[in-house]
Design a protein. Structure first.
Length: 318
């Protein structure tokens, strides 16, 4: 029969209490000054308070860290080993304080903005330029996404600010823990080829274009056009579809179609060979910035949101 192995308490690993970082830093001052009293003076504490922290640290470590010598103390070998880690801890905390200060004073940080195309070319581009000039230490990222994808990125934590638009007939649903910051009212415009008979009209309505061929934009814009034309009593003859507003205007300029475009798209790029006219009795779309409430308190995100608001205001007043 095999002999049974015997184990003693010395063989079993001991589970030690976690070392208190604060006590380690206090012990570091004892090592630096060479006495409990000296550490107390540096820290502005009483000597018994410093001594209590050292005793607590020794109990957690399971070995003496200080040895009495005359009227003072000397650091033991175990204490010197701990002091090396204490120096590293103090250095890491110092670096952390500096890094947090950089974030607080906008010398560092990262902001990720998701925005639909025409806002990217106008509001977001101006905001990013403004922010880079004011706070060159911030790492700025701009990604072009349509509103549904931008909101999904916000919900998944892939962006910090989502710039979106919405029509009256298609309200954008934002995450429950997010806030909406209104940016702009974006009127819709009729885009016609040169010499079109309606260009002389003072007012153009959707039903005036019932017999035209159309080019539509993104999915949301196409859906809105179909809803609006249905309310106006007709179904548009959609011949072309593209989410590129430059292509939309090129098709209109060559007399292949007419279109409805938001003002932001025409601000971003205007084809000189088309004519632009207000769309009568039609609600504009609204542009907003969506942010998570928790992110708004991050200095870099707050600065970016303020820059986006300034950019939107500047466009409206231009």
């Amino acid at each position: 029969m095999e002999p049974h192995e015997t184990h003693t308490d010395l063989d079993a690993p001991r589970s030690l209490p976690a070392l208190d970082p604060r006590s380690i830093l206090i012990f570091r001052e004892v090592g630096r000054t060479g006495s409990l009293t000296g550490a107390a003076q540096v820290l502005g504490w009483t000597q018994p308070a410093v001594s209590q922290h050292v005793r607590r640290l020794e109990a957690a470590a399971g070995v003496p860290l200080l040895a009495r010598e005359g009227r003072g103390v000397v650091v033991t070998d175990a204490g010197r080993a701990l002091l090396r880690h204490a120096d590293a801890l103090a250095a890491a905390l110092h670096d952390a304080e500096h890094e947090l200060a950089d974030h607080a004073h906008l010398r560092a940080g990262r902001v990720r903005i998701a925005s639909f195309p025409s806002a990217s070319a106008t509001i977001a581009a101006r905001a990013v330029s403004d922010l880079a000039e004011r706070f060159p230490g911030i790492d700025l990222r701009l990604e072009q996404l349509e509103p549904p994808e931008a909101l999904r990125a916000l919900e998944e934590g892939a962006c910090d600010i989502a710039i979106v638009f919405e029509y009256d007939d298609g309200h954008v649903s934002i995450p429950a823990d997010a806030d909406r910051t209104p940016l702009a009212v974006d009127p819709l415009q009729i885009v016609l080829p040169p010499g079109h008979p309606l260009t002389a009209r003072a007012e153009i309505r959707l039903d005036d274009l019932a017999d035209e061929q159309w080019v539509t934009g993104c999915i949301s814009c196409r859906r809105h056009l179909l809803t609006s034309t249905s309310a106006a009593g007709f179904t548009p003859d959609i011949r072309h579809s593209t989410d590129d507003y430059v292509v939309v205007q090129a098709l209109v300029a060559t007399r292949m179609a007419v279109a409805v475009l938001p003002s932001l798209a025409l601000r971003a790029s205007r084809n000189p060979d088309v004519t632009v006219h207000p769309l009568a009795d039609h609600a504009p779309r609204r542009v907003s910035a969506i942010t998570r409430r928790s992110a708004r308190t991050v200095p870099s995100v707050g600065a970016a949101l303020a820059a986006i608001q300034r950019a939107a205001q500047a466009l409206e007043s231009a």
